[in-house]
Design a protein around this ligand. Structure first.
Ligand code: GLU
Length: 292
C-alpha cells in the first residue's frame, strides 16, 4: 500500500465512522476517484467518464454481496467492486446509478443497455459468453445448500452422495441461475423463485427442505436469519464471479481487468472484502483475471 492510499484509507475509515454514527447513506469504503482520467475517443470508458455516471446492475437481496441499504442504495462486496471500477473512470460512488438485477435478467440487461455493467454474484460460463462478455473473475464461489439448523435431512455436498441425500426433498433455487442448472443434475424436485430471499418463507413453512446456490450467498442469508439456518459444509461446483459487459466491447473488458489487477495489487480489493464480507468468511486469495 503506498502512502497516498494509506492516507485515503484513513479517510475512508473516518467516512465509515461518520456513516455509522449519523446514518448517512451508503456503507463500505470510499475509493479514491481518478481525477480527469484520459481515455481514447469513442471508447465506453470515454463515454462514461464524459457522462460522469455509470449504471450498474447488482442484487438487492443478498447480504454481504449486494443488499439494499436503509436509503435503498445497495451495499456489499459486489457493490464495492462496482465503486472501484467507477472510481477509475473518474466517477464518484454517489454518481453511480444502481439497478436491481435478478439472476434471470442479467444477460438481457447488458444486451439491451438497461445497465452498463452487471456485478451480481454472476458466474462466468460459456453459455452466457455467447451473448455477453465478462471481466474478471474477481472471486470464486462454490455451490452448497442452506438447511434448517442441525441439517435434519442430512443433505450433503459430498460427491457421489448428493442425489441420495436429496431424495424426497424439495430444493428451492432461482430461475436463470447456474444453481438451478447444477442442482437439476441431482434431483427433479426443484422449486424456482425469482430471488434467493424468496426461498426463506418456503423453508420456514416446510414447503422446501433446502435452498441451493453459492456458498457466499447462503452465508449472507444464514447471517441475516441467525439461528434458523446453516450452510452445509463443502461445495460441489466452482462459480467464478465476473463483470458482465456488452459482447465485443474488448477495450472496456480490458479496462475492467486492468482495474481489478491494480486493485489486487494496491489493497483496494482486500479493503472491499474486509469492509463488506469482513469476518463472515475467510479472506480469499484474489483469483487470476482471465483475459480470454
Ligand atoms: N453464481 C450463480 C449464477 O450466476 C448463482 C448465483 C446467482 O444466481 O446470482 O447464476
Amino acid at each position: 500500500m503506498n502512502k497516498k492510499r494509506g492516507l485515503l484509507s484513513g479517510l475512508a475509515i473516518v467516512a465509515a465512522t461518520c456513516l455509522a454514527l449519523t446514518g448517512c447513506s451508503g456503507s463500505g469504503s470510499e475509493p479514491e476517484v481518478a481525477e480527469n482520467p484520459e481515455f481514447a475517443d469513442g471508447t465506453t470508458m470515454a463515454k462514461l467518464a464524459d457522462a460522469g455516471t455509470i449504471t450498474i446492475g447488482t442484487k438487492f437481496d443478498q447480504p454481504l454481496f449486494g443488499l439494499s441499504g436503509p436509503d435503498g442504495t445497495p451495499e456489499g462486496f459486489d457493490v464495492e467492486i462496482g465503486k472501484l471500477i467507477a472510481a477509475d473512470l473518474g466517477i464518484a460512488p454517489d454518481k453511480i446509478k444502481w439497478v436491481e438485477t435478478v439472476s434471470q435478467n442479467r444477460e438481457a440487461f447488458v444486451q439491451n443497455g438497461t445497465v452498463d455493467i452487471v456485478i451480481a454474484t454472476y458466474t462466468i460460463n460459456d453459455k452466457r459468453k455467447e451473448v455477453i462478455d465478462f471481466g474478471g473473475p474477481y472471486y470464486v464461489a462454490g455451490q452448497s445448500f442452506l438447511v434448517p439448523t442441525g441439517n435434519p435431512g442430512g443433505i450433503t455436498t459430498e460427491e457421489g452422495k448428493i442425489a441420495d441425500s436429496l431424495k424426497d426433498k424439495t430444493v428451492c433455487t432461482v430461475v436463470g441461475s447456474t444453481s438451478e442448472e447444477n442442482v437439476r443434475e441431482y434431483t427433479d424436485k426443484v422449486m424456482t423463485v425469482d430471488k434467493y430471499s424468496d426461498c426463506i418463507e418456503p423453508m420456514r413453512s416446510g414447503q422446501a427442505d433446502a435452498l441451493t446456490t453459492d456458498n457466499v450467498i447462503l452465508a449472507g442469508l444464514a447471517d441475516q436469519n441467525k439461528g434458523e439456518f446453516e450452510v452445509v459444509s463443502g461445495t460441489f461446483t466452482e462459480e467464478p464471479y465476473g463483470i458482465g459487459v456488452k459482447k465485443g466491447d474488448d477495450e472496456f473488458r480490458t479496462f475492467i481487468n486492468d482495474t481489478l489487477e491494480a486493485a489486487y495489487e494496491d489493497g483496494r480489493w482486500e479493503e472491499a472484502w474486509k469492509s463488506t464480507v469482513g469476518d463472515n468468511l475467510e479472506l480469499p486469495e484474489p483469483p487470476a483475471v482471465d483475459r480470454y
